[in-house]
Design a protein around this ligand. Structure first.
Ligand code: MN
Ligand code: MN
Length: 269
């Protein structure tokens, strides 16, 4: 059950309206990482969730995101309102002037309509929580960027509040994921194939202006079976210093690991 209270979650005071900035704010109203997307994603995940604690968390944050939607919508409206009667405002976005009359609509900053395709809902709580941690990180960085495009003190204040709450939510989602107590690389019930799960394919090779092969914890150490360029032998590389096939020969010689690419399981065979 929803109940609306005629009070904003955070004060919105706009000193100097800026229709261009109001249009940018719509990214957090009807955009991919905006407040409606967050509210719908968490609330619907909450409806699907069977873990009592995490269900409560999802409904709490999903509902708070609706309050954020109201704050950012009010903020955008305050900036867009002057568009209504100012011909020069059409430059900012004709759609808002002609169709919206200076009001907010469920569009992003480029005028694209909001879509449920933005939502990441899998029905698997530990997968959904990972999507939510990433969603909060994206929302945080969009707010941070918006902060750079206005000097209005009241607007900066409200945006700082909204940005800060995304970190709060990211923290709750991460702690909720930790509370499940599973290995972080364990998803679902079916275990991955032992022969392939720890194989790292060095599929982008070479050294030059476009980069070089790098090693790090993502491909190095006892956990990893590092296999050099499995597709490389079938490609004829450009020869260096007149030494035809030199690079290919070197690559094959430098191959590490078992050098065998296990064939994927083919059902029915
Ligand atoms: Mn939010
Ligand atoms: Mn949030």
């Amino acid at each position: 059950m929803y109940h609306h209270i005629k009070q904003l979650m955070y004060t919105v005071n706009v000193g100097t309206p800026d229709p261009r900035f109001g249009n940018m704010l719509l990214e957090q109203f009807g955009g991919a990482n905006g407040e409606l997307a967050a509210a719908m994603q968490y609330t619907i995940q909450g409806i699907n969730c069977e873990n009592a604690g995490i269900k409560d968390l999802l409904m709490d944050i999903g509902t708070e995101e609706l309050s954020h939607l109201e704050v950012v919508g009010t903020l955008a409206r305050a900036h867009l309102k002057p568009m209504k009667n100012r011909a020069e405002s059409v430059d900012s976005d004709p759609l808002i002037v002609i169709a919206g009359g200076g009001g907010v609509c469920l569009h992003n900053s480029a005028g694209n309509p909001w879509t449920a395709d933005y939502l990441k809902i899998t029905g698997e709580v530990e997968v959904d929580l990972r999507s939510n941690i990433a969603a909060e990180a994206r929302a945080k960085i969009v707010y941070e960027r918006l902060l750079g495009y206005t000097d209005d003190a009241g607007t900066l204040d409200a945006l700082n509040f909204l940005m800060s709450r995304e970190i709060t939510h990211m923290k709750s989602f991460q702690k909720a994921l930790d509370s499940i107590g599973r290995d972080i690389f364990s998803i679902g019930e079916v275990p991955p194939m032992k022969e392939v799960v720890n194989v790292y394919f060095n599929d982008s090779t070479g050294r030059g202006e476009a980069g070089s092969d790098e090693r790090g914890p993502w491909n190095e150490g006892a956990d990893w079976d590092f296999v050099d360029a499995p597709g490389f032998p079938s490609v004829t590389p450009l020869a260096h210093d007149g030494e035809a096939g030199g690079a290919a020969a070197h690559s094959r010689a430098g191959r590490t690991g078992h050098g065998v690419i296990p064939k994927p399981h083919q059902p029915g065979r």
